[in-house]
Design a protein around this ligand. Sequence first.
Ligand code: GCU
Length: 344
Amino acid sequence: MNKNLNELLAQRNLPPLKSREEMLDILCREEYGFLPPEPTELKFTVEEKCIPNFCAGNAVANRVTAHCVINGKEFSFPFIAVIPTKEGKHPFFIHINFRPDVPDRYMPTEELVDNGFAVLSLYYNDITSDGGDFTNGLAGVLFENGKRGAEDAGKIAMWAWAAQRVMDYAQTLPCLDLDCAVVCGHSRLGKTALFTAATDTRFKFAYSNDSGCSGDALARGTTGETVEQIVDRFPFWFCENYKKYVKNESAMPYDQHYLLASIAPRFVCVGSASKDWWADPVSQFMTCVAASPAFENGFVCDDRLPQVDDKYFDGNIGYQMREGLHYFSRKDWNRLIEFVNKHR
Ligand code: GCU
């Protein structure tokens, strides 16, 4: 690592990296809450070919329902599994999705299939609402009267838990390449994708698009969204403990580099957008720099702050900056495909 970036990193005053176990324990206790327990029973029902003639016959789209028993109560949720019809084992994305539709303008399904990938898409509101009500969906089976303890799961941890159940389903399909499982998402769901992979080693790759504050951007020294701003509007994404760090980032026993580092020795790629000042591309980039030592093949980049169209894909941590605002574009997906193909 070069001098310039090392100096910039020193200014952030970050706590040193620890073992994966210690970092995950801190992240759960202080920020996201602990994952809900694994279901004691889990089965899947499948409605085959729920979209007729999908992808001109190059893939089938099946609607799957996961039926879980958790805390002695039943909870189920649907997702869509798009599987290429071509012979062989397919690498696959688990996409934690803002929208229920497949295909969708935010998930170029046919192009993903054309590139040889299967895609399993879960709609986050099918798990539990994106709001402060903890009595519905998965939250409703976890907590009596919607009351949580200080370290109990926030909504991000619940969506991550569901992505892990989709991975349980993927493991039942012989046509998927389990050595090439990618979890991805945009923004709040990019934060979720990182937490999913950090806590579950079955994912070989994680990709977070524009996730920013409480995701891939360092809190210390950010010029974008702060802990205070995110906790003010979205306290329910996190555990109750996270409130302690409002206007008090320097007291955090960690920073977001722990999240990326917990994915080591696997692969993680950060996607940023040049005009997304709220997510703060520079702080996203510095997270990669700070997490790098946790990986055997760390972050390989130039000795300067990132610029539009920089793509650093050589190490186990990747970073790319796309021109433009806050969205998950085809360009982002294509760069994700490029990163995965380079390392699988
Ligand atoms: C808000 C929030 C961000 C979040 C984004 C999103 O802008 O402040 O932290 O990433 O919503 O999920 O779209």
